[in-house]
Design a protein around this ligand. Structure first.
Ligand code: SAM
Length: 245
């Protein structure tokens, strides 16, 4: 009888995810644009708008990667505001810091940290965002609870994430694209051998759909919780408010 392979532990999953992002960091931005046909820029702009971060606010962007949201947030909160972009992966952060340097933004800093155990005090930020990152953390409820903890009362948590297409024919087409075409383009452009572009569609498929993810937000203490489907539900933006009392 074949031996049963043990399930990966939390730290094995984290290490595997980190190996993948280290391997593709140099082509991450280009691949995002190619694979989403440029749509990720407008999805991200909308997520930042929905954070309602205002001038002078302090904002945290989790799983910031190469810092796309952090840059947009820095512009939204203006010179008196402050944005921190946090990620586990030093190589992704290095590319993000170069981008921020080129843009000459002085109100944003990228730093290493884990979304599941944040190094910030309670009630620090006016808004906390995460784009295409919550799916990669090992324990989603823990990350949501940390977002709630560091938010000021009345602050907003915003998650932009792949979700479930709302109509059946599109779902089939999308599966074909994401399980066959996307991994090939991804591998070719990033010269990747770690399997990150096979992991991507597989991780999207097991991630909670819009309604279940909304429930997870509520279970973390956010109220009200709303979401908006973009591109027919291929992605969704969930917004949860930390209650004032
Ligand atoms: C798909 S990228 C998203 C990057 C960026 N937010 C964007 O939208 O382009 C996911 C990022 O999440 C980071 N990540 C995964 N687990 C993490 C964790 N527990 N804490 C912080 N960052 C994490 C990875 O290192 C990677 O940079």
């Amino acid at each position: 009888m074949k031996p049963v392979s043990p399930l990966p532990t939390a730290s094995e999953k984290e290490q595997a995810v980190q190996r993948m992002f280290t391997a593709i960091a140099h082509r991450y931005d280009l691949n995002n644009t190619l694979l989403s046909l440029g749509l990720h820029h407008s999805w991200k702009r909308l997520a930042v708008k929905m954070s309602e971060a205002a001038e002078g606010n302090a904002v945290l962007d989790l799983c910031t990667g190469t810092g796309d949201l952090a840059v947009l947030l820095a512009r939204q909160v203006g010179p008196k505001g402050r944005v921190i972009g946090l990620d586990l992966n030093e190589r992704m952060l290095a590319f993000g810091r170069r981008k921020i340097g080129r843009l000459g933004l002085s109100n944003v800093a990228l730093m290493a940290g884990n979304a599941e155990s944040l190094q910030f005090g309670d009630r620090t930020f006016h808004a906390v965002t995460v784009a295409f990152g919550i799916r990669n953390v090992t324990n989603v409820p823990t990350a949501l609870a940390e977002m709630a903890r560091v938010l000021k009362p009345g602050g907003r948590a915003v998650c932009l994430e792949f979700s479930r297409p709302t109509n059946k024919p599109l779902r089939k087409l999308y599966d074909l694209y994401s399980f066959t075409i996307l991994p090939r383009i991804g591998r070719l452009v990033a010269r990747d051998r770690t399997g990150v572009y096979d992991y991507l569609p597989a991780s999207i498929r097991v991630f909670p759909d819009q309604e279940r993810f909304k429930d997870l937000f509520s279970e973390a203490g956010f109220s009200p919780v709303t979401y908006r489907n973009l591109s027919c539900g291929i992605v969704a933006i969930h917004v949860g408010m930390k209650p004032s009392s």
